[in-house]
Design a protein around this ligand. Structure first.
Ligand code: NAG
Length: 262
């Protein structure tokens, strides 16, 4: 009897185990793409997909402001840029300035004001609005500015009101462990500032020259920014690519976008 009982019991056990396993798998399937708290999921078939992505991006930004330990993001302020170059005019007297240890405060107050997307080609464009950025840096300059010998160094400060930025990127999909990870293939950006106030405090104590330079800098803020733009963009693009790749490297595509009938 015992000989027959054992297989029976084993079968029973196996059946129970299978049922348990099936239940587990079922839960796993349902929770497979359960998004973490900082992600708002969007349905690919959503006719208002871009609006949903905009909401998702703003949700992410809101959480970034206070840090997301799961993504190893703790401090978001300030944005730091090692070096920005400015060159005006050419020749030996052309004005050259290098801004070092640039710190910008206020970028985390951004809102995402628009999204355009194409999930087939994996192209995205995000528009941002930042009400106010305050920056400071150390500068060193050489050459002549407004006929003034403007060689020297000191502190730079800037206040930027109404900053608008557009970031475009194209991503590629990489599969790993049955999940899809996006990585940036191409990224572009542009930005504009409605109102700029900035100035310098030089180490040399020539108050008249400093006042003249500051007057020039402030009345020509937009032109100076235009000249600094390529350098600023170059640095921001590196920072953003790293940031986006880090984000997508940790959070698979399936958590952002729910493909239909899945
Ligand atoms: C963000 O905006 C709030 C409200 O306007 C302001 O008090 C705060 O200083 C800003 N944060 C930064 C880092 O500029």
């Amino acid at each position: 009897m015992e000989v027959h009982q054992r297989p029976a019991r084993l079968l029973q056990l196996a059946a129970v185990a299978l049922a348990a396993l099936a239940a587990l798998l079922h839960i796993a399937a349902a929770e497979k793409y359960q998004a973490p708290y900082f992600i708002h999921q969007c349905q690919r078939s959503d006719p208002e997909l871009n609006k949903c992505l905009q909401f998702a991006a703003n949700t992410l930004v809101r959480h970034f402001r206070s840090g997301i330990p799961e993504l190893e993001v703790t401090e978001v302020e300030p944005i730091q840029i090692e070096e920005i170059h400015l060159a005006l005019g050419s020749g030996p007297d052309g004005y050259r300035a290098i801004f070092r240890e640039v710190e910008a405060f206020g970028v985390s107050n951004m809102t995402v004001s628009g999204v355009r997307s194409n999930l087939d080609s994996m192209e995205f464009q995000f528009s941002f609005y930042i009400p106010h950025i305050r920056a400071r840096a150390q500068y060193r300059s050489s050459g002549v500015l407004i006929m003034v010998q403007a060689s020297g160094g000191g502190d730079y400060w800037g206040e930027y009101e109404g900053v608008r930025a557009k970031v475009y990127f194209k991503a590629r999909k990489e599969e790993a462990n049955d999940l899809t990870y996006l990585q940036v293939d191409d990224i572009k950006m542009d930005f504009s500032v409605k109102d700029i106030k900035m100035g310098i405090k030089s180490q040399q104590d020539n108050a008249i020259i400093e006042a003249a330079l500051n007057l020039f800098i402030n009345t020509n803020g937009q032109e100076l920014l235009k000249e600094m733009k390529p350098s600023i963009k170059k640095h921001l693009l590196v920072t953003m690519r790293t940031f986006i790749n880090n984000l997508f490297g940790r959070v698979p595509y399936e958590y952002w976008i729910l493909e239909d009938d899945k």
